[in-house]
Write a new protein. Structure first.
Length: 413
């Protein structure tokens, strides 16, 4: 079969790419998911040349992270365009392609969430928009001072804009130290009936100029989990004050926690949690300098593969223990159920990379993400021989002549 269709999502881009081999012609069609896209045809002198070009293009796309539609990695993403452009149907499920939102450490305010353009609420009706962000910023400060976040959130929750909201993003909420994250979590939970279609929630779309990741105050997520039984995706940036006193949810399919240091206690609570539908788990473990005291032993309940039977993506990112994780995960039972293993943003060296070469026999894997690493070029060459795409971008080096140089994770403070 020469016709193939691929999809790509990284938190900013949500694209499709189709390719067909028609004798001596290679026909491609590409664009944003939900759009008509553009079509291009390239002709070759012989069918063999066309086949070679076809194979090369497919290889290039898969290396960049495109996932073939209909494959196990893209299961559940049928008709993504419909799933991401229609907000009315309450029983629609999010495509797994849309779970990832933060591909790198270069934080900037998000433009898209769950495949749709984010609309910022500033007091005016956003009826018809299904992905909404509530935040305050210094740019809005006027004669009466900065806008009050709690008042803005309250107004949004009481407006007609809330009823159709499928994805809610909470941005900067405290520019002068007057609010706590717990306050608005309680407010959102209290107004749960005003958000009947909520499928995805991101708490902490906050950039560095507003607050370092270690400054972002979070709270107990259990209230959110209890209040929204239809929630499929929860993402949190910042681990200070974060808790999961009751880590369970019958429908949650994606959980992501971004931090410069994730306490082992929180990892343990998640590992003891009940998330029977969980397909996507992303934990930024960080460094002990910012409370990231998780060690491989703390991950053992997860690595045994019995906690989350539907898990397909596992991201143990931004980890100072990247080498230790790599050494253990290659022989852990969980590796046999994964389609994507993500150890990016950490300080992975040749030691961990050498262990990852054992993944050559894991035909279930469709992608290995190692970007932001300290792997030598000879070892990178070996990793590229693995039978699936490996992201080795953003390679770092250690300056042996600089006493302050070392293998650092992407984000700590």
């Amino acid at each position: 079969m020469s016709f193939r269709e691929f999809e790509y999502a990284d938190g900013k881009s949500f694209k499709f790419w189709k390719i067909d081999l028609q004798e001596t012609n290679v026909v491609t069609k590409y664009g944003r998911i939900g759009s008509e896209g553009q079509e291009s045809t390239k002709s070759f002198a012989t069918a063999a040349e066309a086949q070679k070009a076809y194979d090369k293009l497919v290889a290039e796309k898969t290396t960049k992270g495109y996932v073939e539609k209909g494959s196990a990695a893209a299961s559940g993403s049928a008709e993504v365009a419909g799933a991401t452009t229609t907000a009315a149907a309450g029983d629609e499920h999010l495509s797994p392609m849309l779970f990832s939102t933060t591909p790198s450490e270069n934080f900037e305010l998000m433009h898209n969430f769950i495949g749709q353009r984010i609309a910022d609420y500033r007091g005016k009706s956003l009826k018809g928009k299904s992905v909404v962000r509530v935040r305050v910023s210094y740019d809005e400060e006027g004669d009466d001072g900065e806008p009050d976040f709690n008042q803005r959130l309250q107004a949004f929750l009481e407006s007609d804009s809330a009823a159709g909201t499928k994805g809610l993003v909470i941005g900067a909420y405290d520019l002068e130290g007057g609010s706590s994250e717990g306050q608005f979590v309680e407010m959102i939970a209290h107004h749960k009936d005003r958000l009947p279609q909520l499928k995805a929630l991101f708490l902490g779309d906050i950039v560095q100029e507003e607050a370092e990741i270690s400054w972002i105050q979070q709270s107990d997520m259990s209230l959110i989990l209890k209040s929204f039984p239809g929630l499929e995706m929860l993402r949190v940036r910042g681990a200070t004050g974060l808790d999961f006193s009751s880590a369970e949810h019958p429908q949650l399919r994606a959980l992501g926690i971004e931090s410069g240091g994730l306490p082992a206690e929180i990892v343990g609570k998640i590992c003891r949690g009940k998330f029977p539908q969980l397909e996507y788990l992303e934990l930024w473990l960080g460094t002990p300098n910012y409370s990231g005291d998780c060690r491989v032993n703390d991950l053992q309940p997860l690595l045994k593969g019995k906690l989350f039977p539907k898990l397909k993506y596992l991201g143990l990112r931004n980890a100072e223990i990247a080498d230790d994780i790599a050494a253990v995960i290659v022989t852990s039972p969980i590796i046999d159920q994964l389609e994507v293993l993500d150890l990016s943003l950490g300080n992975l060296s040749d030691v961990g990379a050498s262990a990852l070469l054992q993944l050559a026999s894991k035909t279930n894997l469709t992608r290995l993400d190692l970007h932001h690493h300290y792997i030598s070029k000879p070892m990178q060459k070996k990793l590229k021989q693995l039978p699936f795409p490996v992201d080795l971008s953003d390679a770092k080096t250690v300056d042996e002549d600089n006493e302050w140089s070392g293998r650092f994770i992407a984000i700590s403070e």
